[in-house]
Design a protein around this ligand. Structure first.
Ligand code: ACO
Length: 471
């Protein structure tokens, strides 16, 4: 019950005794608009208010109404989700309620993908069917090879993956029927099945190696290693490495409403086909502040070169000359539980592959940062990317491929989130508001009547000093 008529019209719930309309617990927020002296009450549900309830708050008839301003969504829930739970303060991560530690210990990536998408662990028969279906959709249309061949030999594999995932929508045009359950199932299967093939093809292209086709006799992670590294007919992936890769896949499968998942949901909200929506997720993941961070960590460790250089490097970070990549997280204000699990597996992998001097730098860097007030005061702890790159490097995977390998397992999360979006009756096409800060009511001036410098000015117009490659 808003205290004014308009508020009632706007749909605010009555709560004359300060309690919610259902009389349970008084979960409402009282707001007084000091511009007008008018008071309003809006409902609090699950610790949130609906920002649409603010729209009733107006200074006069013509006022658009109050909006929330939240650049980068730091305090705005964009959906209801039952897929992944994170408690950033406590360092907890659960998928469909099951702790990530148990999943890494006892499950497999394909089982976790099923869990994310269907909401329950599969029965034995369901799991067999699921694994069979994924395994038998790993091949891609031969034309994908032609598409890849159009890229320069040194094209970044993430750019290639982005294009080939987008291209899948042209191979499966019936996926446009996003309400058809069979289309949804096939899109889920195809995306999970083909992502490793697309990723491996991008890698083989960058190395100038012939492409290796999927091997249906191998597990998901073994098959990926085979497509990356097979040179003769008899490649047998080391089971220790395949297991470590499978755990990395589980750890990266979903992470609720992060940048790329938000991109998938936002693009998917236009009702585009799921391949295009997932391509948007791949694009978002490419960025160095998101999935590209594992690549940036390795480059940073190489640049530091020896443990002796760590104090100088950390001084530079504190002077804001650069960031300590692989540290910090929007949600985790404690040790990222995924980083803890990965750290445990680094040693196992190195046992199979041989030592890596970068591990000493990473371990010392972490120790020193965690002893330093600059990082502890800001609650900056290692995130998933701090150690994952070391495992990838030990697996002899080139740095350019790290983010590609993140995209493979995250596909399950993107699909689960896309499906949840599609079935959420509260969702519409994503369309944020803005606060307009530009000029108004200007007249067009003919080109001959305009004054100004000859040079194009301003940061976006800065012309490169070096000659760039290509056209
Ligand atoms: N190194 C140094 N300082 C940092 C770092 C870092 N890695 N991360 C945050 N800070 C500082 C900021 O400068 C800021 O300091 P201030 O309050 O004195 O200005 C404070 O910590 C808070 O940081 P924000 O930028 O507000 O945190 P936000 O939540 O926006 O950023 C992010 C999170 C992007 C992950 C950030 O920590 C970062 O850039 N980290 C490095 C990149 C990285 O590792 N990304 C991977 C994230 S995990 C993933 O996407 C899979």
């Amino acid at each position: 019950m808003a205290t004014d008529q308009k508020a009632e019209e706007a749909g605010a719930k009555a709560a004359t005794d300060g309690k919610a309309a259902d009389g349970k617990g008084g979960d409402t927020l009282s707001i007084t608009d000091n511009r007008t002296g008018q008071s309003y009450e809006v409902e609090i549900t699950d610790g949130t208010i609906r920002t649409m309830d603010l729209r009733q708050i107006k200074v006069d008839e013509d006022d658009f109404g109050l909006m929330g301003y939240d650049p980068a969504f730091t305090n705005t829930a964009s959906c209801r989700s039952a897929i992944t739970y994170i408690d950033g303060e406590a360092g907890v991560l659960e998928h469909r309620g099951i702790p990530i530690e148990q999943l890494c210990e006892r499950s497999t990536y394909l089982e976790v993908a099923y869990l994310l998408i269907f909401g329950e662990l599969p029965t034995k028969a369901q799991l067999e069917r699921w694994v069979y279906d994924v395994t038998h959709h790993t091949f891609v249309h031969e034309d994908i090879k032609t598409l890849n061949e159009a890229f320069r030999h040194d094209a970044h594999p993430m750019g290639m993956l982005l294009s080939s995932v987008g291209a899948l929508s042209t191979f499966y045009p019936t996926a446009k029927d996003t309400q058809d359950p069979e289309e949804r199932y096939m899109a889920a299967i195809r995306l999970i099945a083909k992502m490793p093939t697309l990723a491996a093809f991008a890698y083989r292209h960058s190395m100038g190696y012939p492409y290796v086709y999927p091997d249906n006799e191998l597990t998901y992670s073994e098959n990926f290693l085979s497509m990356l590294f097979k040179m003769e007919n008899s490649y047998q992936p080391d089971p220790r490495l395949a297991k470590a890769l499978d755990i990395l896949f589980i750890l990266h499968a979903d992470h609720e409403q992060n940048c790329s998942t938000n991109a998938v949901r936002s693009v998917g909200s236009s009702d585009v086909d799921p391949y295009s929506a997932v391509a948007a997720g791949v694009a978002a993941l490419y960025g160095p502040l998101h999935g590209g961070a594992n690549e940036a960590v390795l480059r940073m460790l190489r640049r530091i070169e020896t443990t002796d250089n760590i104090p100088d490097f950390l001084e530079g970070v504190k002077n804001r000359e650069e960031k300590l990549m692989g540290f910090g997280h929007r949600v985790y204000k404690n040790y990222d539980p995924r980083a803890r699990i990965i750290k445990k597996h680094v040693d196992e992998v190195l046992e199979a592959t041989g030592d890596n001097p970068l591990l000493d730098i990473a371990t010392e860097l972490e120790k020193r940062a965690l002893d330093d007030d600059f990082f502890t005061e800001r609650k900056l702890y290692p995130n998933v990317d701090f150690y994952s790159g070391l495992i990838y490097e030990a697996l002899r995977i080139p740095t350019d491929m790290f983010t590609v390998i993140f995209a493979i397992p995250r596909t399950a999360g993107w699909i689960a989130q896309w499906l949840e979006l599609k079935d959420d009756s509260e969702q519409k096409i994503a369309r944020p508001r803005q606060i307009y800060t530009g000029e108004r009511d200007r007249d067009y001036v003919a080109v001959d009547d305009r004054d100004g410098p000859e040079k194009i000015t301003g940061p976006p117009a800065k012309r490169p000093k070096l000659i760039r490659r290509g056209a």
